[in-house]
Design a protein around this ligand. Structure first.
Ligand SMILES: O=C(O)CCC(=O)C(=O)O
Ligand SMILES: [Fe+2]
Length: 251
Protein backbone atom coordinates (compact mmCIF):
# COMPACT_ATOMS: atom_id res chain seq x y z
CA UNK A 1 0.00 0.00 0.00
CA UNK A 2 1.44 3.37 -1.00
CA UNK A 3 1.25 5.98 1.74
CA UNK A 4 1.89 9.71 1.50
CA UNK A 5 4.65 10.73 3.86
CA UNK A 6 3.60 12.96 6.72
CA UNK A 7 4.75 16.51 6.19
CA UNK A 8 4.94 16.19 2.39
CA UNK A 9 3.96 19.47 0.76
CA UNK A 10 1.60 17.70 -1.56
CA UNK A 11 -1.50 19.40 -2.88
CA UNK A 12 -3.12 16.62 -4.85
CA UNK A 13 -1.93 13.53 -3.06
CA UNK A 14 -5.44 12.38 -2.19
CA UNK A 15 -6.11 12.39 -5.91
CA UNK A 16 -2.96 10.51 -6.78
CA UNK A 17 -3.82 7.84 -4.20
CA UNK A 18 -7.23 7.33 -5.79
CA UNK A 19 -6.57 5.18 -8.82
CA UNK A 20 -9.49 6.60 -10.83
CA UNK A 21 -8.49 10.28 -10.46
CA UNK A 22 -7.98 12.60 -13.43
CA UNK A 23 -6.70 16.12 -13.13
CA UNK A 24 -6.00 19.04 -15.48
CA UNK A 25 -2.61 20.34 -14.26
CA UNK A 26 -2.24 23.89 -15.59
CA UNK A 27 1.29 25.12 -16.44
CA UNK A 28 2.63 21.79 -15.24
CA UNK A 29 5.76 22.10 -17.42
CA UNK A 30 7.92 25.09 -18.14
CA UNK A 31 6.64 26.53 -21.43
CA UNK A 32 10.12 27.44 -22.73
CA UNK A 33 11.22 23.83 -22.15
CA UNK A 34 8.19 22.39 -23.89
CA UNK A 35 8.73 24.66 -26.90
CA UNK A 36 12.33 23.47 -27.09
CA UNK A 37 11.14 19.87 -26.88
CA UNK A 38 8.63 20.48 -29.68
CA UNK A 39 11.44 22.03 -31.78
CA UNK A 40 13.55 18.92 -31.28
CA UNK A 41 10.53 16.73 -32.11
CA UNK A 42 10.07 18.53 -35.44
CA UNK A 43 13.80 18.42 -36.17
CA UNK A 44 14.29 14.67 -35.67
CA UNK A 45 10.92 12.99 -36.28
CA UNK A 46 11.43 12.39 -40.01
CA UNK A 47 14.88 10.87 -39.47
CA UNK A 48 13.28 7.93 -37.60
CA UNK A 49 12.16 5.64 -40.41
CA UNK A 50 10.38 2.34 -39.85
CA UNK A 51 12.31 -0.82 -40.65
CA UNK A 52 10.13 -2.53 -43.33
CA UNK A 53 11.00 -5.97 -41.92
CA UNK A 54 10.08 -5.10 -38.36
CA UNK A 55 6.48 -5.92 -37.31
CA UNK A 56 6.76 -3.74 -34.23
CA UNK A 57 7.62 -0.72 -36.40
CA UNK A 58 4.75 -1.50 -38.78
CA UNK A 59 2.31 -1.62 -35.89
CA UNK A 60 3.65 1.66 -34.48
CA UNK A 61 3.11 3.33 -37.86
CA UNK A 62 -0.47 2.02 -38.05
CA UNK A 63 -1.20 3.28 -34.53
CA UNK A 64 0.59 6.62 -34.84
CA UNK A 65 2.90 5.74 -31.94
CA UNK A 66 6.58 6.67 -31.96
CA UNK A 67 9.18 4.21 -33.18
CA UNK A 68 11.48 2.82 -30.50
CA UNK A 69 14.48 4.80 -31.81
CA UNK A 70 12.48 8.04 -31.49
CA UNK A 71 11.22 7.13 -28.00
CA UNK A 72 14.66 6.28 -26.64
CA UNK A 73 15.90 9.88 -26.93
CA UNK A 74 16.79 11.06 -23.38
CA UNK A 75 16.22 14.66 -24.52
CA UNK A 76 12.46 14.23 -23.82
CA UNK A 77 13.32 13.97 -20.11
CA UNK A 78 14.47 17.61 -20.04
CA UNK A 79 10.81 18.24 -19.24
CA UNK A 80 11.37 16.42 -15.94
CA UNK A 81 14.81 17.90 -15.25
CA UNK A 82 13.22 21.35 -15.46
CA UNK A 83 9.98 20.54 -13.66
CA UNK A 84 8.59 23.43 -11.59
CA UNK A 85 8.68 22.57 -7.85
CA UNK A 86 4.89 22.94 -7.46
CA UNK A 87 4.42 20.28 -10.16
CA UNK A 88 6.89 18.00 -8.42
CA UNK A 89 4.87 18.33 -5.20
CA UNK A 90 1.66 17.42 -6.99
CA UNK A 91 3.01 13.99 -7.88
CA UNK A 92 3.26 12.83 -4.27
CA UNK A 93 5.00 9.46 -3.96
CA UNK A 94 5.14 8.82 -7.73
CA UNK A 95 8.74 9.96 -8.19
CA UNK A 96 10.05 7.58 -10.86
CA UNK A 97 9.23 8.37 -14.50
CA UNK A 98 9.37 5.25 -16.67
CA UNK A 99 11.86 5.33 -19.58
CA UNK A 100 11.18 5.42 -22.49
CA UNK A 101 8.21 7.74 -23.01
CA UNK A 102 5.22 6.81 -25.18
CA UNK A 103 5.05 9.16 -28.17
CA UNK A 104 2.08 9.75 -30.41
CA UNK A 105 1.62 11.61 -33.63
CA UNK A 106 -1.87 10.68 -34.71
CA UNK A 107 -3.51 11.76 -37.95
CA UNK A 108 -6.20 9.18 -38.72
CA UNK A 109 -9.51 7.97 -37.30
CA UNK A 110 -8.37 4.41 -36.68
CA UNK A 111 -5.61 5.77 -34.43
CA UNK A 112 -8.13 7.08 -31.89
CA UNK A 113 -7.74 4.86 -28.82
CA UNK A 114 -11.08 3.41 -27.62
CA UNK A 115 -12.33 3.54 -23.99
CA UNK A 116 -9.86 1.89 -21.62
CA UNK A 117 -8.04 2.08 -18.32
CA UNK A 118 -4.24 2.18 -18.48
CA UNK A 119 -4.12 -0.82 -16.12
CA UNK A 120 -5.65 -2.78 -19.04
CA UNK A 121 -2.50 -2.02 -21.08
CA UNK A 122 -0.16 -2.73 -18.17
CA UNK A 123 -1.71 -6.19 -17.78
CA UNK A 124 -0.73 -7.02 -21.37
CA UNK A 125 2.92 -6.70 -20.34
CA UNK A 126 2.76 -9.81 -18.13
CA UNK A 127 5.81 -10.07 -15.87
CA UNK A 128 7.03 -6.66 -17.14
CA UNK A 129 3.83 -4.93 -15.99
CA UNK A 130 4.02 -2.29 -13.28
CA UNK A 131 1.55 -2.97 -10.47
CA UNK A 132 0.45 0.61 -10.41
CA UNK A 133 1.16 3.67 -12.57
CA UNK A 134 -0.04 7.21 -13.02
CA UNK A 135 -0.05 8.73 -16.50
CA UNK A 136 1.00 12.24 -17.50
CA UNK A 137 -0.42 13.21 -20.91
CA UNK A 138 1.44 16.12 -22.52
CA UNK A 139 0.14 17.74 -25.72
CA UNK A 140 2.95 19.12 -27.88
CA UNK A 141 0.66 21.32 -29.98
CA UNK A 142 0.86 25.11 -29.92
CA UNK A 143 -2.94 25.19 -29.70
CA UNK A 144 -3.98 21.92 -28.05
CA UNK A 145 -7.67 22.96 -27.92
CA UNK A 146 -7.86 22.66 -31.73
CA UNK A 147 -6.35 19.17 -31.82
CA UNK A 148 -7.39 15.71 -30.74
CA UNK A 149 -7.46 15.20 -26.98
CA UNK A 150 -8.48 12.73 -24.28
CA UNK A 151 -11.98 12.32 -22.89
CA UNK A 152 -12.59 10.96 -19.39
CA UNK A 153 -15.65 9.10 -18.14
CA UNK A 154 -17.10 9.74 -14.75
CA UNK A 155 -20.21 9.06 -12.79
CA UNK A 156 -19.46 5.41 -13.43
CA UNK A 157 -19.76 3.55 -10.14
CA UNK A 158 -17.18 0.87 -10.87
CA UNK A 159 -13.76 2.45 -10.79
CA UNK A 160 -12.00 -0.88 -10.26
CA UNK A 161 -9.95 -2.59 -12.87
CA UNK A 162 -12.45 -3.55 -15.61
CA UNK A 163 -12.23 -6.36 -18.18
CA UNK A 164 -10.56 -5.35 -21.47
CA UNK A 165 -10.46 -7.04 -24.85
CA UNK A 166 -8.35 -6.36 -27.94
CA UNK A 167 -9.78 -4.41 -30.89
CA UNK A 168 -7.66 -4.54 -34.01
CA UNK A 169 -4.29 -2.94 -33.25
CA UNK A 170 -5.62 -1.55 -29.97
CA UNK A 171 -4.56 -4.09 -27.35
CA UNK A 172 -7.12 -3.20 -24.70
CA UNK A 173 -10.57 -1.68 -24.76
CA UNK A 174 -13.61 -1.85 -22.51
CA UNK A 175 -16.25 -3.40 -24.74
CA UNK A 176 -19.65 -1.72 -25.10
CA UNK A 177 -18.74 1.06 -22.71
CA UNK A 178 -21.16 3.98 -22.48
CA UNK A 179 -20.25 6.60 -19.86
CA UNK A 180 -22.90 8.25 -17.71
CA UNK A 181 -21.07 11.52 -18.28
CA UNK A 182 -17.65 12.59 -19.45
CA UNK A 183 -15.19 15.45 -19.46
CA UNK A 184 -12.74 17.10 -21.85
CA UNK A 185 -10.31 19.83 -20.89
CA UNK A 186 -9.18 23.00 -22.64
CA UNK A 187 -5.42 22.59 -22.56
CA UNK A 188 -2.77 25.16 -23.36
CA UNK A 189 0.85 24.40 -24.15
CA UNK A 190 2.63 23.49 -20.89
CA UNK A 191 -0.50 21.94 -19.35
CA UNK A 192 -0.73 18.23 -18.65
CA UNK A 193 -3.42 15.73 -17.77
CA UNK A 194 -2.56 13.50 -14.81
CA UNK A 195 -4.61 10.39 -14.21
CA UNK A 196 -4.69 7.11 -12.35
CA UNK A 197 -4.54 3.68 -13.95
CA UNK A 198 -8.25 3.07 -13.25
CA UNK A 199 -9.38 6.32 -14.91
CA UNK A 200 -11.53 5.43 -17.94
CA UNK A 201 -10.56 7.45 -21.01
CA UNK A 202 -10.35 7.47 -24.80
CA UNK A 203 -8.99 9.61 -27.64
CA UNK A 204 -11.37 12.03 -29.35
CA UNK A 205 -10.87 14.26 -32.42
CA UNK A 206 -10.63 18.04 -32.04
CA UNK A 207 -13.80 20.19 -32.08
CA UNK A 208 -13.76 20.53 -35.89
CA UNK A 209 -13.00 16.82 -36.38
CA UNK A 210 -9.28 17.36 -36.87
CA UNK A 211 -7.08 14.56 -35.55
CA UNK A 212 -3.52 15.72 -36.18
CA UNK A 213 -1.79 15.76 -32.77
CA UNK A 214 1.66 15.18 -31.28
CA UNK A 215 1.84 14.19 -27.63
CA UNK A 216 3.72 12.31 -24.95
CA UNK A 217 2.42 9.93 -22.34
CA UNK A 218 4.83 9.59 -19.48
CA UNK A 219 4.07 6.96 -16.87
CA UNK A 220 5.22 7.32 -13.29
CA UNK A 221 5.59 4.77 -10.51
CA UNK A 222 6.36 4.63 -6.82
CA UNK A 223 10.01 3.47 -6.38
CA UNK A 224 8.73 0.36 -4.55
CA UNK A 225 7.04 -0.71 -7.78
CA UNK A 226 10.16 -0.44 -9.98
CA UNK A 227 11.23 -3.43 -12.08
CA UNK A 228 14.68 -4.98 -12.31
CA UNK A 229 16.82 -3.79 -15.23
CA UNK A 230 14.45 -1.00 -16.23
CA UNK A 231 15.45 2.68 -16.44
CA UNK A 232 13.57 5.40 -14.59
CA UNK A 233 14.10 9.12 -14.23
CA UNK A 234 14.12 9.84 -10.49
CA UNK A 235 12.58 13.25 -9.82
CA UNK A 236 14.37 13.50 -6.47
CA UNK A 237 17.86 12.79 -7.77
CA UNK A 238 17.43 14.38 -11.22
CA UNK A 239 19.14 11.31 -12.69
CA UNK A 240 18.20 8.09 -14.44
CA UNK A 241 18.19 5.25 -11.92
CA UNK A 242 17.68 1.52 -11.70
CA UNK A 243 16.37 -0.70 -8.95
CA UNK A 244 19.95 -1.87 -8.19
CA UNK A 245 20.76 1.66 -6.98
CA UNK A 246 22.84 2.69 -10.03
CA UNK A 247 22.49 6.23 -11.30
CA UNK A 248 23.42 7.97 -14.55
CA UNK A 249 22.85 11.21 -16.43
CA UNK A 250 21.73 9.34 -19.58
CA UNK A 251 19.89 5.99 -19.40
O1 LIG B 1 -2.75 9.53 -26.82
C1 LIG B 1 -3.92 9.18 -26.84
O2 LIG B 1 -4.75 9.73 -27.55
C2 LIG B 1 -4.42 8.11 -25.93
C3 LIG B 1 -3.36 7.27 -25.46
C4 LIG B 1 -3.67 6.49 -24.26
O3 LIG B 1 -4.71 6.56 -23.70
C5 LIG B 1 -2.65 5.64 -23.71
O4 LIG B 1 -1.54 5.57 -24.28
O5 LIG B 1 -2.89 5.00 -22.69
FE1 LIG C 1 -4.55 5.43 -21.87
Amino acid sequence: MIQAEAGDKVKSVSKTLDRAFFHHARSFFDVATIRRVRGHFDAVEASHRPDPDNDRDARAVRLGTGLDSFRFDPFWYDLWRELPPASRDMLGPFTWVIFPVQIRHITQTHQLVPWHQDIGYQRLLGSRAHLRVITCFVPLEFDPTAASTLEFAYGHSNTDSLAHTAEGDHGARIAEFVPQSSSRFSLTMGDALLFGDHAIHRTVPGPDGRIDRRSFEFRLVHPDDGLDGKDYFDLNRGRFVRLDGSERYHP
